[in-house]
Design a protein around this ligand. Sequence first.
Ligand SMILES: NC(=O)c1ccc[n+]([C@@H]2O[C@H](COP(=O)([O-])OP(=O)(O)OC[C@H]3O[C@@H](n4cnc5c(N)ncnc54)[C@H](OP(=O)(O)O)[C@@H]3O)[C@@H](O)[C@H]2O)c1
Length: 140
Amino acid sequence: MQVGFIGSGNMAWALARGWGDPVLATDSGSGRAAALAAELGGEAVASIRELADRADLVVNAHKPPQLAEVAAEVGDAARVVVSILARTPLAEVAAAYTSAAVFRIEPNTPVELRRGVLAALEAGGVRAALARALDDVVEA
Ligand SMILES: NC(=O)c1ccc[n+]([C@@H]2O[C@H](COP(=O)([O-])OP(=O)(O)OC[C@H]3O[C@@H](n4cnc5c(N)ncnc54)[C@H](OP(=O)(O)O)[C@@H]3O)[C@@H](O)[C@H]2O)c1
């Protein structure tokens, strides 16, 4: 499964290192996406839209105030969105991504060592949407 990170800061690094597989990543110009991709054998992509097009699962690893701006750029390209935005209700994220299966997780940095704790929530009806998305992945 191809995972893509929108934002390549502290928590994206922790999650991606814990995940351990190559990832797609973006940043807002710092170069941290390229560094992350270099470490994990993945790729820094030029735009959020391209990342959403290519990833099976998109992780929102930017800051909470950027939700609307980032969601507008993703548009309907994402099939599965996992939000790690702190203090941002799942309903708010689901309202921004109406065509995706949306999850919210609250991770902590020990996920980098696969010793973290994750609180997870799913939006209503998300299991059916996820099953459809995974069908697409399996067929691809
Ligand atoms: N740190 C934690 O322990 C923790 C725990 C739970 C949840 N969270 C949540 O995790 C998220 C990230 O936190 P963090 O500590 O990792 O923040 P961070 O280190 O500041 O990283 C934020 C990343 O978002 C990127 N970014 C900003 N605007 C963007 C845009 N328009 N398009 C693409 N990328 C953009 C930044 O790009 P640049 O690299 O170019 O600046 C940076 O890579 C936050 O929503 C936070 O609430 C954090």
